[in-house]
Ligand binder design. Structure first.
Ligand SMILES: [Cu+2]
Length: 164
């Protein structure tokens, strides 16, 4: 009984810490896939595109593949990868999607893989929650919310998306 009481106190403490964090981590799962903290970067008023980021962990024995997605906030969602070559940040569309191997986590993050929200209906504002759907080859579709974080969230805004 005593051990239980201590455990409950620990849970209460960590919940308090969780609630106090202004940008709360949030997670989703579909089949063996875990989607960690989907977020998007706030965009300047004239922006036509925005970047979306998340982590995808595959806890299953088979590879899966992110093949696409959609969002209420933009006309379409593309899967892009930015890479630095000869000092120039380039971005290309991953038309075959992105494989998530079994037992591994693939991170979509600034200056790397990202969801490209193309033809934004309105600027993404910090604090907004944007509904989106991700589609996987095996696990199927999953609804997530992208938390919109400040323009200053890690990655210079000029990097990666200036070429659009
Ligand atoms: Cu892009």
């Amino acid at each position: 009984m005593k051990r239980f009481a201590i455990g409950a106190a620990g849970v209460a403490l960590s919940l308090a810490a969780y609630a106090a964090n202004p940008v709360r981590a949030h997670d989703y799962a579909v089949g063996p896939l875990k989607i960690g903290h989907p977020w998007a970067r706030a965009t300047p008023p004239s922006a036509k595109v925005g970047g979306g980021y998340l982590a995808i962990e595959n806890t299953g024995p088979e590879p899966d593949r992110l093949v696409g997605g959609s969002t209420e906030a933009a006309a379409r969602v593309e899967i892009h990868e930015s890479s630095l070559a000869d000092g120039i940040m380039r971005m290309r569309e991953k038309t075959d999607g992105v494989v998530v191997p079994p037992g591994q986590t693939v991170e979509f993050k600034p200056s790397g893989l990202h969801l490209m929200l193309v033809d934004l209906k309105a600027p993404l504002k910090q604090g907004d929650k944007v509904k989106a759907t991700l589609v996987f080859e095996r696990a199927g579709a999953i609804a997530v919310e992208l938390q919109v974080q400040g323009v200053g969230a890690p990655q210079p805004a000029a990097t990666g998306h200036a070429g659009h």
